[in-house]
Design a protein around this ligand. Structure first.
Ligand code: SF4
Length: 184
């Protein structure tokens, strides 16, 4: 019998949540005995497969690309976990929302020119190539797709990640996380 499919996805986050996942250390062997890791920044697969059983989504939704990815992931996954504070609340990426909906060049002007403080009077060069197309606001994952489990923390601890993974793969409601679907 084939194992459940597990995936992790990295949107607009710092990868700290994935680093905390790696801190699960040798207990990852218990997870890989229960599931196949079919897609993740931690493995080489480039295509998100169909019928994923559990996916952890790190990061907020900041760009057109993030939005398209998380919608695709939602359509192909059974249980979607908002993984960490950036996914749950927007957290650090959401700080740009205080700029009143600036996106594109005004946002880069603010980040790379106006806010430069470490070399007084010298602005950094603004990026000009291969720029992402930002949404007017950075959004939490549940604002654009249905979320089944909310796992807050910046990052969530390795113990909580492990407990949540184990519970979901064993078909139990996770204890430490807030579950939108399992609790109903
Ligand atoms: Fe990084 Fe914290 Fe966001 Fe996770 S929740 S991606 S650790 S800033």
């Amino acid at each position: 019998m084939s194992l459940p499919k597990l995936a992790t996805v990295w949107l607009d986050g710092c990868s700290g949540c994935h680093m905390s996942l790696l801190d699960v250390d040798e207990r990852l062997l218990e997870i890989t005995a229960l599931a196949d890791l079919v897609y993740s920044p931690l493995v080489d697969n480039k295509v998100y497969p169909d019928d994923v059983d559990v996916v952890f989504v790190e990061g907020a939704v900041s760009t057109d690309e993030d939005l398209a990815r998380v919608q695709m992931v939602r359509a192909r996954s059974r249980i979607l976990v908002a993984f960490g504070d950036c996914a749950v609340t927007t957290n650090v990426p959401g700080m740009r929302n205080t700029l009143g909906g600036q996106a594109g060049e005004p946002l880069y002007q603010r980040a790379y020119v106006d806010n430069v403080t470490f070399v007084p009077g010298v602005a950094l060069v603004m990026p000009s190539e291969r720029l992402p197309h930002h949404l007017p606001k950075t959004l939490a994952v549940h604002k654009v797709v249905d979320v089944d489990v909310f796992l807050p923390g910046c990052p969530p601890s390795a113990d909580i990640i492990f407990d949540t993974l184990l519970a979901l793969l064993q078909g139990r409601p996770p204890v430490a996380a807030t579950h939108a679907r399992f609790g109903k």
